[in-house]
Design a protein around this ligand. Structure first.
Ligand code: MLT
Length: 263
């Protein structure tokens, strides 16, 4: 792990391996450790770069609102700081996917391929956005446990709770150690994020979409819909996985990523 100065922020980054750059961008309210099953596995063939986004993990926290555009720009500046000039493969899960859309739209020349795991293209409904603003206030007042308690049941497939409880417990610990200001800022940013559905056709690079069969937040039907609107995309559904497919079922996820990157 290394702290990298990116403008006026310090971002924590884990790097493994050598080769073409592959960015792994975590979901909310997590950190790079959600990619632990991908980091070493993919490092044989790629320079794998897994940052903690602003507000998460060991990275600096900024309060107020953190937009998906800002997070995408942070990544572009991080690549500069790491001297990565060749186009990257950007793999993002859920909120990491919202950041990936903005990276694709704002930093197109820096992108070779996209991998979108368990994510959405639509914006929040007004009700969902209002709910996030309320949750942001509660997190500041009561702490990160508010989010852990409400979000964890939605993140995993039933089989994960039954057969891999350690994954759930590890994820709880990550959430509980995340700073409330960082969680609240991302919630406000997600609440105001743009609907990119009408811009999917513009993203005409090769794209892989990966989604858990039992994902309750970004279900396969929605992932398939996104795939059908992208010119060069394909979808792989992961059995017995929920919203955290790369953590719950790493073998088929890693196989899908490898096959996509070979093609
Ligand atoms: C995530 O996993 O990043 C979140 O579920 C995204 C969201 O709350 O929309």
């Amino acid at each position: 792990m290394a702290l990298v100065q990116v403008g006026d922020l310090r971002l924590n980054v884990v790097e493994r391996g050598r080769g073409k750059p592959l960015l792994l961008v975590h979901g909310y309210p997590l950190d790079h450790s959600m990619w632990r099953e991908q980091l070493d596995d993919l490092a044989g063939a790629y320079r794998v770069i897994a940052p903690d986004l602003r507000g998460f993990g060991a990275s600096a926290v900024t309060s107020g609102v953190v937009t998906m555009e800002q997070l995408a720009d942070d990544i572009a500046r991080l690549l500069d700081a790491l001297n990565v000039s060749e186009p990257v493969v950007f793999c993002g899960l859920s909120m990491g996917g919202y950041v990936a859309w903005q990276f694709a739209l704002r930093h197109r020349s820096r992108l070779a391929r996209l991998i979108l795991c368990d994510t959405r293209a639509a914006a929040d409904s007004p009700e969902a956005a209002a709910g996030r603003i309320k949750t942001a206030e509660r997190v500041i007042a009561e702490g990160a446990a508010v989010v852990a308690d409400t979000l964890l049941p939605k993140l995993f497939a039933p089989g994960t709770f039954q057969h891999q409880p350690q994954i759930v417990e590890d994820t709880r610990q990550v959430i509980l150690t995340t700073k409330p200001e960082g969680i609240a800022a991302a919630l406000r940013g997600m609440a105001q994020r743009a609907d990119v559905s009408s811009r999917l056709r513009e993203i005409d690079i090769p794209a892989l979409l990966v989604g858990g069969e039992l994902d309750a937040i970004s279900p396969p039907v929605e992932m398939r819909q996104i795939t059908s609107q992208m010119p060069r995309a394909r979808f792989v559904e992961i059995e017995n996985a929920g919203h955290m497919a790369p953590l719950e079922q790493p073998a088929p996820v890693n196989a899908a990523i490898r096959e996509f990157l070979r093609g």
